[in-house]
Design a protein around this ligand. Structure first.
Ligand code: GUN
Length: 284
């Protein structure tokens, strides 16, 4: 068995961003994304700066609203409401995780569903569950689906196992795959004998935040393995998949870095462009 083909998220994302940039340049108005960041979590600061740079690079406006760690829920909701009512703003993203005193559901529920480019408002969560084309789909699972479709345009009947049940990745990923007629199993920290389940899978999505947990004997020969993990060990970034070992067993694998991460940003920009088009009653 030869080594798995590496799915290059960086170059796919580059192509997607170029396509969006071209569409953006056809309008006199610029799509506008508002990013709300509370506190000084280092990873979140880096992510949000990267989102801003990527948006600006394709001709969008993007402002980061950086609030103090100690901001009250009332003040944060006030900002969200102001952004909801600002016609110049097309997309609103509140970076997660929020500090412990702020309830993410209170905040996400207040984001106007039309501007909810993260797809985390329960209204959009519901639309995704209902397989509605109107749903804003969370960027990470949307990017993963795009990568899977490069290899399997028709995912119907595939056995997919999602490791992790977060609201940001695991749950929306499972819904998207189910909507594609996959047979979907979600496993998590309380699941018994995870490896017995992942070994049955044609597609494994590792999104549990545990460095290198997915070993070669967890995956079936010829599987498509997607690594969502971004773990820092001693200054080095690694994923949830033991890449070198799993590469000998799988047929397709996404690297960390350069896999899911860049696709997430590209899909956030795609959602922002779509929000802009919908709000201006233009054709997508
Ligand atoms: N934290 C980790 N991933 C994400 C994401 O996709 N969006 C937001 N808002 N916060 C995150």
């Amino acid at each position: 068995m030869s080594e798995a083909q590496i799915i290059d998220g960086k170059s796919l994302a580059f192509k997607l961003k170029a396509e969006i940039a071209e569409k953006v340049s056809a309008h006199s108005l610029k799509p506008n994304l508002a990013v709300v960041l509370v506190g000084n979590d280092e990873a979140s600061l880096i992510y949000d700066r990267n989102k801003q740079k990527a948006a600006q690079a394709i001709g969008m406006d993007c402002l980061i609203y950086h609030l103090e760690e100690s901001v009250s829920e009332r003040e944060l909701l006030e900002l969200v409401s102001q952004l909801n009512n600002d016609d110049r703003v097309n997309g609103i993203l509140v970076q997660l995780p929020l500090p412990a005193h702020l309830n993410p559901l209170h905040v996400l529920t207040q984001i106007s569903p039309e501007k909810d480019v993260d797809g985390f408002n329960p209204y959009n969560v519901g639309l995704l569950q209902a397989n509605s084309p109107q749903a804003f789909v969370p960027a990470t699972p949307k990017g993963i689906l795009y990568m899977l479709k490069q290899i399997y345009p028709d995912l119907s009947g595939k056995n997919a196992v999602v490791i992790g049940r977060s609201n940001i990745v695991g749950k929306p990923m499972a819904a998207l795959l189910l909507n594609q007629n996959c047979t979907v199993t979600v496993v998590h920290s309380k699941t018994k004998k995870i490896e017995d389940i992942t070994r049955q899978a044609d597609i494994v999505i590792a999104a549990c935040g545990k460095p290198n947990i997915v070993k070669a004997d967890w995956v079936k020969e010829g599987a498509f393995v997607v690594d969502v993990g971004i773990n820092r060990i001693g200054g080095k970034i690694c994923g949830d998949v033991d890449f070198d070992a799993v590469r000998q067993k799988a047929a397709y694998i996404t690297p960390v870095p350069g896999g899911v991460g860049p696709m997430t940003i590209a899909m956030l920009l795609a959602n922002t462009y779509e929000a802009f088009i919908r709000q201006n009653h233009l054709k997508f």
